[in-house]
Design a binder for this molecule. Structure first.
Ligand SMILES: Cc1ncc(COP(=O)(O)O)c(C=O)c1O
Length: 382
């Protein structure tokens, strides 16, 4: 017997965790003011880059004495620059609870060959911050995009730490509160919560991170693309929009459009509220659905951007095949694109709930998950 389909569909089926949905009502016409074909070092290019930095500071509430730079290589570029430029001066702790955090562990342990203390938690959990020695440099991911867990707050990070905290906040920034006084290096890319384009990363440095850069020279060589200092001094121009190499002015314009949209809503608190409402729409559905669970074990650590779900039903024979088939049905119906769990994560669904996603669309998707689940159960047991 065919299972009846829900009457309404999400107006926008884009629930990918990166690149993420563009801002509501986005159109390419909005980018008409991009200074295409002009030098990024001309006054017009520089002023666009400076504006992107200024608006980032304003929307995120970054303290005046923190530097904000636009760097190559998206979030990965920003994280790598920080790891290669800063680590090695003192002991290091690497914290990981999903695929991206594990990637940073590999870099530090295998590439930089630092004998770091590595703390890992399984998918769905995070490491116990009470165990961490913050007198070492500590590298961690604020929101595990592939596991749907996040650091609830920065309370466990001491204000008077000796080490630096280096935080990959790419799927958290804008949608979650970031405690700037607890973060020495913060990175993100535009393609996540702001629905921007891939290409550039943002690197935010506390005064202590700058002090480290100016007082410590790593033992290994640094390619030009990672270099933040010259003659032992910070290259201040990078933090005024004089990028290391050529940026995409189209991507910059697109980011500016998203930042202005964020401002028009009321800034970061409004962005956070949108993501939280989106995640809540899923949590409400999970609460009344016996065969669906949040991958996050502790609700206080459940992500409000990358919500990861797993199926739990004794009738499911092959969990990975089942989850894939459900995602495929939803995609074929045009109600949800790109919501299969990340390739290294436990089988299930991952639904992006970042600020550019409309809550009505998340709510409209839930009955479709019910439909796809039941249709697939029927098909597998036919
Ligand atoms: C936590 C985390 N770190 C790093 C990355 C890599 O980001 P990018 O592709 O922007 O370099 C991602 C991408 O999904 C991510 O989720």
């Amino acid at each position: 017997m065919a299972i009846a389909q829900p009457a309404t569909r999400p107006a926008n089926p884009r629930f990918s965790s990166g690149p993420c949905a563009k801002i509501p009502n986005f159109s390419l016409d909005m980018l008409a003011d991009a200074p295409l074909g002009r030098s990024h070092r001309a006054a017009v290019g520089k002023s666009k880059l400076a504006q992107a930095i200024d608006l980032t500071r304003e929307v995120l509430g970054v303290p005046e004495d923190y530097r904000i730079g636009i760097v190559p290589g998206s979030d990965t570029g920003a994280v790598e620059m920080a790891l290669w430029s800063l680590l090695g001066a003192r002991g290091v702790e690497m914290l990981a609870w999903e695929s991206f955090g594990e990637g940073w562990v590999t870099d530090v342990v295998k590439q930089l060959k630092i004998e770091a203390e590595v703390r890992k938690a399984p998918y769905g959990e995070i490491v116990d911050f009470a165990q961490v020695d913050f007198d070492k440099d500590v590298v961690f991911t604020w929101n595990g995009t592939t596991s749907g867990v996040r650091v609830a707050n920065g309370d466990a990070i001491p204000a008077d730490r000796e080490g630096l905290t280096i935080c990959d906040a790419t799927s958290a920034a804008f949608a979650m509160d970031l405690p700037w006084d607890k973060l020495d290096v913060t990175t993100f890319s535009w393609q996540k919560v702001m629905g921007g384009e891939g290409a550039h990363g943002v690197l935010i440095l506390s005064p202590r991170a700058v002090e480290r850069l100016e007082s410590y020279t790593p033992a290994w060589p640094l390619p030009k693309i990672f270099r933040l200092t010259k003659g032992g001094k910070l290259i201040e121009g990078i933090f005024r929009g004089e990028t290391i190499n050529t940026p995409s002015m189209l991507a910059v314009e697109d980011y500016l459009v998203a930042l202005k949209w964020a401002q028009s809503l009321g800034g970061q608190p409004a962005l956070k509220a949108r993501a939280t409402a989106n995640a809540q729409a899923i949590w409400d559905f999970v609460a009344k659905t016996p065969w669906l669970e949040n991958l996050a074990v502790n609700p206080a650590q459940a992500s409000t951007t990358s919500v990861c779900l797993k199926f739990n039903d004794p009738r499911i024979k092959d969990g990975a095949a089942f989850a894939k088939a459900v995602a495929k049905r939803l995609e074929a119906e045009g109600v949800a694109l790109d919501i299969g769990a990340y390739r290294d994560a436990p089988a299930g669904l991952r639904i992006w709930c970042g600020s550019t996603v409309e809550t009505a669309d998340v709510a409209a998707l839930m009955p479709w998950i019910d439909w796809a689940f039941n249709a697939e159960i029927e098909a597998q047991n036919a």
